[in-house]
Design a protein. Structure first.
Length: 561
C-alpha cells in the first residue's frame, strides 16, 4: 500500500528562532534566526509523533537579503531590491548556495544542510525543497556554481529585447525605476530587465514583484511565440540546478509559480531528472484549473496545489459565507484528478487560521483539515505553527499586520517557541488547549496513514442526504472511503453546535464497494472513540441511516464490516 503523504512545511529561519521579543524591522542580531541545527533529533522525533512523513524545507537557498557576512565575502543586497531585512526566500541570489542565516558555521553552510538531510532521512522522513524557476533576485550572481557552469545572464545580448539564448528579457535604452525610495545611491540597472510577474516595463509598482527578474525560457512576449528548438540555454541551466539539489539527497521539489514556466520545459526538466532519480517528487504551485491536466499528463508532475478549488471553498465554509455543498462541486470540477491534488489550510502565502484576519480560532480549521486529509489519496500539508494555533499577531516589518507569519522579516512564532521549549520540543510551555490541538492533528494524521481505505476509492454521500434540515445540511459533509471490501464512513461537521447527524448510504455506494450482497453490517465508530457499536441491516443504512457523533474536532469515522 502507498502510504498517505503528510507534509510539514518547515521554514528554518522561523522554526528554530528562540528570540520572542520581535522588533519591527529588526536586524538578525536583534530578532534572531533559526538554524539547521534547530531541526534536531528531538524536533524530528516530535514531528514523527505528530504523524509527519515528509518535510518541505522552505527558504533554504541563498536569496537577496539585508544581512551581510563580509568575512565570508557575502554581501547584502541593495535596500531597494529586497522586501524586508531578511528578504524574500523567492528572490534567489545564488541557486547553488545556502542561506547563510541558517548556518552556525557560515563557511560550512552546505555541510550543515547535507548533515540535516542525513538527520531527517535517519528518522525515515523524506525531504522536499523549493525550486524557484520563474524569477531570480535583481542582483543574482552565483559565487558557488560549479566551475564548468556559466552564470545566468553571462553572455546575454543585452542590446535586444528577446533572444532565445538569453537568460533574461531586456528593455534596451531604458533604465530601471524602482518604487521603493532610497535616500542614498539608487540601485542601478541598465538596461532594465523584465520583472518576475511578467511585467515588461522599466517601472514596476509596489504591487509588482519589483525585487525579481523574469527568466527567459524561449517564450517571446507579448505574442507568446515559442522558440523551443533547439533547447534554450535557460532550460539546460535550470535542469542542471535541479540535478545539483537532487544529488544532495533531496526527495522532491515544490516548484514555485510553476504555471509561469512553459509546460514544455517541465516535460523536459522532470524527464531528465527522473532518468537518474525515478522516484523523485515534483509538486507544482499552480492556480489555473484549466491547465491541471497538462501538468499531470504531459509535464508529469506528481501533485498540484488545490488552492483555487478546495482551499477557497473550505475557507468560505469556515468563515460562514458558503455551505458544505461547495465541497461536492470542488471535487467534481477536478474531473478525476483528485489523487493528484495537494491539500492544505495554511502555508506561507495564506493567512493563519487562528488569525483574526481568518477564523480567529485554530479549532475551526480542524474540520477543514479532516476534509483535506481524508477525502482523497493525495498528500496533505501542515504549515509549521498551525498545529499549535499560531495567530500571526502584529507587524514585524515589510509584511505588515496581515494575518501571516512574515517570510520577509526576521521574526518568530510564539506558540511554536513554547512547543520547542528551547530545543526540548516537549510541549511543556504550551497551555492545555494548544496541547489538545496538536494531539488532534496527530490523531487525524495517524488515522489517515494507518487506514488502507484512505488510499482507496471515494464516494460522496451528500446527494442521498439532501432532506436534512438546512441548518444542519449546510454544515455537514459525509463520504465513504473503501478498499478491498473495507469501508469507512467519514463525517465532517463545521459547527460545534451540531453534535450528531444521520447519514444514509445508498445501495449504489455498497455496490461500488463490492458489498451489496451483504444483509447487515457491524457499525463501529472509530473516531471519536467511546461510542457503542451496532449491527444494521442494509434497509436501515439506506433508510434511517447511520448515526454519526461528533466531538470538538468536528470529524468522525465509522467502520462498516
Amino acid at each position: 500500500m502507498t502510504e498517505k503523504i503528510v507534509i510539514y512545511q518547515l521554514f528554518p529561519r522561523l522554526f528554530g528562532n528562540n528570540i520572542n521579543s520581535q522588533k519591527p524591522w529588526g536586524k538578525i542580531s536583534e530578532n534572531g534566526s533559526g538554524k539547521f541545527n534547530d531541526i534536531s533529533e528531538s524536533a524530528l522525533e516530535s514531528l514523527l509523533e505528530l504523524g509527519i512523513n515528509h518535510i518541505w524545507l522552505t527558504g533554504i537557498i541563498r536569496h537577496a537579503s539585508g544581512t551581510a557576512y563580509p568575512e565570508f565575502n557575502l554581501t547584502q543586497s541593495h535596500p531597494q531590491i529586497i522586501k524586508g531585512l531578511a528578504g524574500s526566500p523567492y528572490a534567489i541570489k545564488d541557486y547553488y548556495d545556502i542561506d547563510p542565516d541558517l548556518a552556525i558555521r557560515v563557511d560550512k553552510r552546505m555541510d550543515e544542510f547535507e548533515e540535516l538531510i542525513i538527520r531527517i532521512h535517519k528518522h525515515g522522513i523524506k525531504v522536499l525543497v523549493d525550486f524557484v524557476p520563474n524569477h531570480v533576485s535583481r542582483d543574482y550572481k552565483s559565487t558557488n556554481k560549479p566551475s564548468n557552469v556559466k552564470d545566468l545572464g553571462e553572455g546575454d545580448d543585452q542590446s535586444v529585447y528577446f533572444s532565445k539564448n538569453n537568460n533574461f528579457y531586456y528593455l534596451p535604452g531604458q533604465n530601471l525605476s524602482l518604487p521603493m525610495q532610497y535616500d542614498h545611491e539608487a540601485f542601478w540597472e541598465e538596461p532594465a530587465k523584465a520583472t518576475g510577474n511578467n511585467l515588461f516595463s522599466p517601472s514596476p509598482s509596489m504591487q509588482d514583484w519589483y525585487e525579481t527578474v523574469k527568466l527567459n525560457y524561449g517564450v517571446e512576449y507579448p505574442t507568446a511565440v515559442n522558440h523551443f528548438e533547439p533547447i534554450p540555454d535557460t532550460w539546460i541551466k535550470m535542469k542542471d540546478i535541479l540535478l545539483f539539489w537532487s544529488l544532495k539527497g533531496v526527495d522532491g521539489f515544490r516548484c514555485d509559480m510553476a504555471g509561469m514556466v512553459p509546460l514544455e520545459f517541465w516535460k523536459y526538466g522532470i524527464g531528465k531528472i527522473r532518468e537518474e532519480f525515478p522516484d523523485i517528487l515534483f509538486i507544482a504551485e499552480l492556480y489555473e484549473p484549466e491547465r491541471y491536466r497538462g501538468f499531470i499528463e504531459i509535464a508529469r508532475f506528481d501533485f498540484l496545489y488545490d488552492k483555487v478549488g478546495l482551499y477557497d471553498c473550505l475557507r468560505d465554509i469556515i468563515c460562514g459565507v458558503k455551505s458544505t455543498e461547495g465541497i461536492s462541486k470542488a471535487w467534481e470540477r477536478l474531473d478525476g484528478l483528485d489523487r493528484h491534488m495537494l491539500r492544505f489550510m495554511e502555508n506561507h502565502d495564506e493567512q493563519r487560521i487562528a488569525s483574526n484576519h481568518f477564523a480567529g480560532d485554530a479549532w475551526k480549521g480542524i474540520p477543514a483539515m479532516a476534509i483535506c486529509t481524508l477525502m482523497n489519496s493525495g498528500p496533505v500539508m501542515l504549515y509549521n505553527g498551525q498545529e499549535v494555533g499560531e495567530e500571526a499577531v502584529g507587524s514585524t516589518g515589510f509584511s505588515g499586520d496581515d494575518g501571516r507569519t512574515s517570510i520577509y522579516d526576521y521574526s518568530s512564532m510564539p506558540e511554536l517557541q513554547k512547543w520547542r521549549n528551547q530545543g526540548a520540543c516537549d510541549e511543556k510551555l504550551l497551555d492545555l488547549d494548544k496541547k489538545l490541538l496538536r494531539e488532534t492533528y496527530s490523531s487525524l494524521f495517524h488515522f489517515a496513514r494507518i487506514r488502507p481505505e484512505i488510499q482507496g476509492q471515494f464516494y460522496d454521500l451528500m446527494w442521498q442526504n439532501q432532506d436534512m434540515e438546512e441548518q444542519v445540511k449546510s454544515k455537514i459533509y459525509a463520504f465513504l472511503r473503501y478498499k478491498d471490501n473495507s469501508v469507512l464512513l467519514i463525517g465532517v461537521c463545521f459547527s460545534q453546535e451540531i453534535m450528531h447527524a444521520r447519514i444514509r448510504i445508498p445501495v449504489h455506494a455498497l455496490e461500488m464497494a463490492g458489498l451489496a450482497y451483504r444483509e447487515s453490517f457491524n457499525i463501529n465508530q472509530l473516531h471519536p472513540s467511546g461510542h457503542s457499536a451496532a449491527n444494521l441491516m442494509i434497509s436501515q443504512l439506506t433508510g434511517a441511516g447511520v448515526l454519526i457523533e461528533f466531538d470538538r474536532s468536528g470529524w468522525a469515522a465509522i467502520s462498516l464490516s
